[in-house]
Design a protein around this ligand. Structure first.
Ligand code: AIR
Ligand code: ASP
Length: 253
């Protein structure tokens, strides 16, 4: 069997050349990192859970008409995605104060915000993904005004969708990070939600107990990360050993 071509290796995922032009295979590793990879570990089973959870959220977004890069899950650790050019921004939505916002502004974690607050960070590990404003984004050409309008409206839809899905299983969506990619179709380009949506990229708190069910369990040494992610998967009815759905990949519209 020929060795497949590695296109990119990140901290938690690896991208391989896909079976057809315009596709890639996204492999979810068990590696966990935090604080810009200062803290590292291998958490057995994390990749499988994030693959399944990201499939679940991206599929749901597709069903409500938010385009994503997701095409099809291939196996327990891999999914077929559309190849896209990543916009170099981390788009963060906060419904409740936590993490870096609480630190920066001195607001207690868990304080409900008067409305969702969207923040942008410039994706650059060497710089530690600094917070930037729309002024920086426009001035340095990281995204056009049209892109920013699309990013904002899609991001708020993702927030409403994710908040509702989580609320239905007794979990509060505190905040999350998403990324966008540009897909080219002839002379046109459009934006799709890319990367992953998983407990690695969200803060999820149990509504009853306040228990953290996200990567803060790893960042802050609060117990077993796989137990936390499995709890999210269990509540959503997405558990390992679910075979991939059959059929051909369908392109998102
Ligand atoms: N995030 C940001 N960079 C990487 C990730 N995963 C996510 C965090 C959290 C949100 O963005 O997981 O859900 C805000 O993070 P912070 O550290 O700015 O408070
Ligand atoms: N994933 C990033 C890192 O490795 C940030 C984080 O999630 O804390 O450092």
């Amino acid at each position: 069997m020929a060795r497949r071509k590695k296109i990119y290796e990140g901290k938690a995922k690896t991208l391989y050349e896909g079976p057809e032009p315009g596709t890639l295979v996204q492999y979810f590793k068990d590696d966990a990192t935090a604080f810009n990879a200062e803290k590292k570990d291998v958490i057995e089973g994390k990749g499988v859970l994030n693959n399944l959870l990201s499939e679940y959220f991206m599929t749901g977004l597709g069903q409500i008409g938010v385009p994503t890069h997701f095409l099809k899950r291939l196996n327990m650790r891999e999914q077929l995605i559309r190849s896209c050019e990543i916009v170099p921004l981390e788009v963060i939505v906060r419904n409740f104060a936590a993490g870096s916002m609480s630190k920066r502004l001195g607001i207690d974690e868990g304080t409900q915000l008067p409305r969702p607050i969207v923040e942008f960070c410039y994706k650059d590990d060497a710089l530690g993904d600094p917070l930037v404003s729309e002024e920086h984004i426009a001035a340095f050409g990281w995204a056009s005004q049209q892109d920013m309008d699309d990013i904002l409206s899609m991001t708020l839809r993702v927030n409403d969708f994710m908040s509702g899905v989580m609320l239905a299983v007794g979990i509060r969506l505190i905040d999350f990070k998403i990324e966008f990619g540009r897909v080219f179709e002839g002379d046109f380009q459009r934006l799709v939600v890319a990367d992953e949506i998983s407990p690695d990229s969200c803060r999820l708190w149990d509504i009853e107990t306040g228990r953290k069910l996200d990567k803060d369990v790893f960042r802050r040494d609060l117990g077993s990360l796989t137990d936390a992610y499995s709890e999210v998967a269990r509540r959503l009815g997405v558990m390992p050993n679910t075979p991939p759905k059959g059929g051909k990949p369908t392109l998102v519209n």
